[in-house]
Design a protein around this ligand. Sequence first.
Ligand SMILES: Nc1ncnc2c1ncn2[C@@H]1O[C@H](COP(=O)(O)OP(=O)(O)OP(=O)(O)O)[C@@H](O)[C@H]1O
Ligand SMILES: [Mg+2]
Length: 193
Amino acid sequence: MKRKIRAEMMKKRAAMNKEDLLSRSAVICETLRKLEEFKNAKNVLFYVSTKNEVETQVMLKELLKAGEKNIVVPVTDKKTSTLNLSLIKDFSELVPKTHEILEPADEFIRPVSPEKIDLVITPGIAFDENGNRIGSGCGYYDRLLCGMKNAKKIGLAFELQILPKLPCYDHDVPLDIIITEERIIRLDEKRRI
Ligand SMILES: Nc1ncnc2c1ncn2[C@@H]1O[C@H](COP(=O)(O)OP(=O)(O)OP(=O)(O)O)[C@@H](O)[C@H]1O
Ligand SMILES: [Mg+2]
């Protein structure tokens, strides 16, 4: 079930042209930056976008230059299928690692424990209006998010990635907010069924 959704959504997302992807991403990132939860957060965990994900690299560069937040990114540990966290100070510290995703070069690893994170920005392949998400299927984000009870969890998605209802299991950690280029979906009060 999830596998089929992933495959169909990957196709749909890949059909977007680059220009469209970048302009929609810019709208999403602008909305994120105006969000009270974001403004109030000090330690923010960001995914570094790859391929057809909502683009975060432009915003990351700007935030790092401004130096107003502590920017933390995931470091993949393939052996344990977990994401470790590392503080970055400059975008140039990032190099392509697992699956060509940009991660801090070994000499720039500055470990951060998950409890320190105020707000986490997650990628995903499909989402629904109840805050459910489907990722790449390795459980990396589920493992990470279940240890971050106090962090606000925000997903970035193109509107075409929002489906009516996703299948989800006990290990799937739902999001508090989803931002698309058209709207902000908040799950703060209305909790999922
Ligand atoms: N907290 C957890 N502890 C142990 N295993 C987990 C945990 N969360 C998820 N898993 C396992 O990871 C596998 C993949 O999970 P799932 O299909 O939900 O991935 P996903 O949500 O698409 O991926 P991701 O979390 O990386 O975005 C499942 O077999 C699941 O049992
Ligand atoms: Mg999951």
